[in-house]
Design a protein around this ligand. Structure first.
Ligand SMILES: C[S@@+](CC[C@H](N)C(=O)[O-])C[C@H]1O[C@@H](n2cnc3c(N)ncnc32)[C@H](O)[C@@H]1O
Length: 313
């Protein structure tokens, strides 16, 4: 099966990343290389891209797509959290820019065996890295997590009002038969939300389980400052988030890095350098145009934020 994924907000990514400045760019979520190819095209000979993705299918697809760029495109199956160590092995110590296009690819969603979708008969897998990484398949979480933990995930990540009832329903069902496929989770959701539950609600609750399965918020929180520290003066970090909690993490990180004083509020005198690390380039998140959303529904929930480093001169 080919790799399908339509990159979102390509124009907006290029506008904020400005690959025409040249240098090394990190694409931490390369997918099929959709954004990477555009960065290389816009950047010309002066730009190179290091592509990371947890998903081996993505790296294979991106490798094929970027083959014509020779050493200007280097690829590795890896977690973007490990970007500093990986760049070190490539003898790269500074980045002109970095991109994180979070969430799942259309390829992952459309490949039944990867187990991300709520379509009937889909195994509950949901691991970004395929057979490895994360906390084990999604079914493990549903079959083993304490009721409190199930409730927290449905409430926090799924923003589900009836989170208590859903957690109870999962436990009631798994005592009779373990969760194996999407049908089991859909049945539990139907019992609680009603038989005519919308695809949007199913997607929201499956996404909550996916976020938990891959520790996605922890990965993002720990990666952001690590990637920031790799940026050169005027280096830019662009993040596209598809979930409000992801977007909040990005928004807060960019805001905190841009404050002139980062001392704890209780400290009577400023002990930090009193200089911001950089500046927010997007006071409000950038969203996709109606035309793009019409052609690519994934773009509907995308929120792009960008930040520029400016403490190194
Ligand atoms: C929305 S897709 C990216 C699509 C890509 N921009 C393109 O143009 O094809 C998100 C990708 O991020 C990858 N991913 C998710 N979490 C990751 C992590 N912690 N480290 C590396 N890749 C990750 C997924 O495997 C998926 O391929």
């Amino acid at each position: 099966m080919g790799y399908e994924h339509e990159p979102v907000m390509v124009g907006e990514v290029l506008e904020h990343l400005r690959p025409e400045r040249g240098g090394t760019f990190l694409d931490g979520t390369a997918g099929g290389g959709g954004h990477a190819v555009e960065i290389l095209e816009r950047g010309g000979e002066a730009a190179e891209v290091v592509c990371l993705d947890l998903d081996p299918d993505a790296i294979d697809a991106a490798r094929e797509r970027l083959a014509g760029y020779g050493r200007r495109a280097r690829l590795k199956q890896a977690d973007f959290r490990d970007a500093p160590e990986i760049l070190e092995t490539l003898d790269i110590h500074e980045l002109s820019g970095a991109l994180l296009d979070l969430g799942v690819s259309s390829h992952q969603l459309n490949t039944t065996a990867r187990g991300f979708s709520f379509r009937p008969g889909t195994p509950l897998v949901m691991r970004m890295g395929g057979t490895t990484g994360g906390r084990g398949p999604a079914a493990d979480f549903l079959n083993r997590a304490p009721i409190k933990e199930l409730g927290r995930v449905f409430r926090e990540f799924g923003e589900e009002r009836r989170w208590r009832a859903l957690a109870r329903e999962v436990v009631r069902r798994r005592e009779k038969r373990p969760f194996v496929s999407s049908d089991d989770l859909v049945a539990a959701i139907r019992t609680v939300l009603g038989p005519s539950v919308s695809p949007r609600d199913k997607a929201r609750l499956f996404q909550a389980v996916r976020i938990q399965t891959n520790s996605e918020l922890e990965a993002l929180s720990s990666a952001l400052p690590r990637i920031r520290d790799l940026l050169a003066e005027q280096g830019r970090l662009v993040v596209i988030a598809y979930h409000s909690l992801e977007d909040r993490i990005v928004k807060r990180a960019f805001r905190d890095w841009s404050r002139s004083c980062v001392c704890p509020p209780k400290l009577p005198v400023c002990r930090c350098r009193g200089r911001p690390l950089g500046r927010v380039l997007t006071p409000r998140p950038v969203t996709a145009s109606e035309a793009e959303i019409a052609g690519n529904p994934r773009a509907r929930s995308a929120k792009l934020r960008a930040w520029e480093r400016s403490d190194r001169s």
